[in-house]
Design a binder for this molecule. Structure first.
Ligand code: SF4
Length: 392
């Protein structure tokens, strides 16, 4: 039976570019007799001199180039979808997988997806908000910006860019002008947008903001993420191995838990930590909920851990301080506020917050001596009055 193409079954009008028709014809011509071109809902094969063109609910047997062209035109969504992913997206597997993920292609049929793409489909990648929209030619355009700028207009405060390389400069400092040593820290600055990118430029922009995140996400999806756990990574740090090798099960394990809690928590890094203490030993602290994985301790963590290893190597001493209960609690509140990065949120007038600047200044004025010693207790016994200096 030969059905003649009628109207496009989706509610979205698409006017496919001639390149899509040309690529489709070329692909059909190249089909071997027993070969089937398959892509999502599209199936095309040869049956003698005829071309069998099938979608989920339509089957055409096409005898001429004209009929093939008409069938493609009547199913423009399905054909342009094939063309986009097979010819425009390129053959870099992580990019292709990312483009498909962005438009939820794994769980929506083409017609439904095209209708949604008209309004724009949104995904978040770390602090990036990526919107993909469909043009009336079946092409995709991408808008990349900070999630907090979702409703900002490009004419009203957002600076717009079209060269992915500009992203390097844009994300170097946070909104307070501080250098961002960790690219995946949740401190991405706001106020910019790449509103009209093609698929390759969008991918390049994302990889500039968050390097290697798509590649590692893709490897993880394919079950190929090679994870270097803490001990393996440390054993490669030749220069500091002398310090790190003292870390072993027991005490070392607790150190690494603290390192991960301090640095890799979602509040500090948007990667989901997948590395553990070693192949057999998971850390106690949660790896986070980030969409993209972290496959090994980063240089920032290694360098911080080195310092902490040295500090933790010091011998503990007993100090005696006289504090009121409120003062003890205030010191705990101050440490919490600094660790959680919330000191800038504490209003000057909020003297009920122990980490309030005036409260902290009052505590310092009351408890520090002229040398900055808490409660007048020197850090080193040698600074004391000689009672502990051991002179004989
Ligand atoms: S090691 Fe921790 S802080 Fe560094 S990138 Fe991975 S998750 Fe982030």
């Amino acid at each position: 039976m030969t059905n003649h193409p009628t109207a496009d079954e989706t509610s979205v009008e698409i006017d496919p570019p001639s390149e899509a028709f040309d690529a489709f014809s070329t692909a059909i011509e190249a089909l071997a007799p027993d070969e089937t071109l398959r892509f999502e809902q599209l199936r095309v094969s040869r049956d003698g001199d005829e071309v069998v063109f099938e979608t989920e609910d339509t089957r055409y047997e096409l005898a001429s180039d004209r009929e093939i062209h008409d069938a493609a035109e009547a199913n423009a969504a399905i054909v342009t979808n094939w063309y986009f992913f097979e010819h425009v997206a390129g053959d870099h597997p992580p990019r292709r997988a990312f483009l498909r993920w962005l438009e939820h292609s794994e769980d929506t049929a083409v017609g439904e997806r095209y209708a949604a793409l008209r309004d724009g489909l949104v995904r978040e990648w770390g602090q990036l908000r990526i919107t993909v929209r469909l043009t009336d030619r079946g092409e995709r355009r991408y808008d990349v910006r900070h999630v907090d700028d979702a409703d900002a207009t490009t004419g009203g405060g957002l600076e717009t860019y079209d060269d992915p390389l500009d992203a390097r400069r844009l994300v170097k400092f946070d909104d307070d002008g501080r250098y961002r040593p960790l690219k995946t820290a949740p401190t991405l600055p706001t106020g910019w947008a790449f509103p009209e990118l093609g698929p390759r430029e969008m991918y390049e922009t994302v990889e500039t903001v968050y390097p290697a995140t798509v590649v590692n996400w893709h490897r993880e999806r394919d079950g190929r993420l090679d994870i270097d756990h803490w001990r393996e990574t440390m054993e490669r740090q030749s220069g500091i191995y002398g310090v790190i090798k003292t870390w072993d099960r027991g005490e070392g394990y607790e150190h690494v838990n603290r390192v991960a809690e301090a640095c890799c928590d979602d509040s500090q890094c948007l990667k989901r930590r997948e590395w553990q203490y070693d192949e057999e030993t998971d850390l106690d602290v949660d790896g986070g909920d980030g969409v993209f994985p972290c496959r090994e301790p980063c240089s920032l963590v290694v360098s911080a851990a080195r310092k902490w290893t040295q500090l933790d190597g010091e011998t503990e001493r007993t100090y005696e301080f006289e504090l009121t209960p409120s003062e003890k609690e205030q010191i705990e509140t101050i440490i919490d506020a600094v660790a959680d990065g919330r000191t800038h949120e504490i209003r000057e007038a909020d003297i009920y917050d122990g980490a309030n600047r005036y409260r902290a200044r009052y505590l310092r004025a009351k408890l520090f001596d002229e040398d900055g010693n808490l409660a007048g207790v020197p850090t080193e016994p040698a600074e004391d009055d000689g009672s502990e200096s051991g002179s004989e």
